[in-house]
Write a protein that binds this ligand. Structure first.
Ligand code: DGL
Length: 276
């Protein structure tokens, strides 16, 4: 089925909804289609090849739905798949399609947040091992020191809605302590995973008050607004009826049950099946 021309927003699961929420707040006039690859989430510990294959399949699905612009609202997919898709696949797909990630817009700004120029990054294992954040931050802020910590249990805690239970405190504190042990000068921590804003209260609880904690949603929304302004040829291909459509590769009933927590309002999704 062909939909109105929407901006596609992708995540391995629910996390991208925290980004979509900010996009919709800032750009309510646009149509958005969200796809969560819930049946194959989490992506965080998967290989480059697997994340690339899954992400490309989902990107192609968006293009079949008439989207000209797709945002990978997932750090893991942005780190492991975006560049290959942009360089190898988009030229073959043709049709003036664009795909953007969340890492570059974040790294362009994040160095400005730190006074000590010592920055902490909390992310999935995949994002940390890709080294994408240190590499990109170095381009914009060569004098900023970057310290990374992977938090492999945080996405499962969020996806299973366990974040507010006391059992989660141990693993939340553990990864923060491991990050802060790398440098006593860290004054900003970036939550470089779209799931982590759901853990914000507990992350705040175990982080010293003088350290600022930054989520990506607002940064990505502002960067999208800026992109649309600078690219009228893409903007003209985005319909403005304020429609939102939600899709998942797993059960839509499950998606609807959990999505509200991330998106802030109830959603009604449809389930799709992608060939594995
Ligand atoms: N939301 C993804 C990210 O921002 C992580 C979830 C996953 O591991 O699939 O990195």
């Amino acid at each position: 089925m062909q939909h109105k021309k929407a901006i596609g927003v992708f995540d391995s699961g629910y996390g991208g909804l925290t980004v979509l929420k900010e996009m919709v707040k800032l750009l309510p006039q646009y149509n958005f289609i969200y796809l969560g690859d819930n049946s194959r989430a989490p992506y965080g510990n998967r290989s480059f090849d697997t994340v690339y294959r899954y992400t490309l399949q989902c990107a192609n699905w968006f293009f079949e739905q008439n989207c000209s612009l797709v945002i990978l609202a997932c750090n893991t997919a942005s780190a492991k798949a975006l560049r290959s898709i942009q360089q190898n696949d988009l030229p073959k797909i043709g049709g003036n399609k664009r795909i953007l990630g969340v890492i570059r817009p974040t790294t362009k700004l994040i160095g400005n947040y730190s006074t000590s120029k010592h920055l902490g990054i909390l992310a999935t294992n995949g994002t940390v091992t890709s080294n994408s954040y240190p590499i990109e931050i170095e381009k914009f802020f060569p004098y900023v020191k970057v310290f990374q910590q992977s938090c492999p249990l945080w996405v499962p805690l969020v996806e299973n809605a366990e974040m507010n239970n006391t059992g989660s405190d141990f693993f939340i504190k553990k990864y923060i302590d491991q990050l802060l042990a790398q440098s006593s000068l860290i004054d900003v921590i970036l939550l470089a995973c779209t799931h982590y804003p759901l853990l914000y209260d507990k992350i705040r609880k175990y982080t010293p008050e003088n350290i600022q904690i930054v989520s990506q949603g607002e940064i990505i929304a502002k960067s999208l607004a800026d992109y649309l302004q600078r690219h009228p040829e893409i903007e003209n291909n985005c319909d403005k009826n304020g429609e939102r459509l939600f899709f998942t590769t797993d059960s839509s009933a499950d998606f609807d049950k959990h999505a509200q927590l991330f998106y802030g309002e109830a959603v009604k999704s449809s389930s799709i099946c992608l060939q594995s």
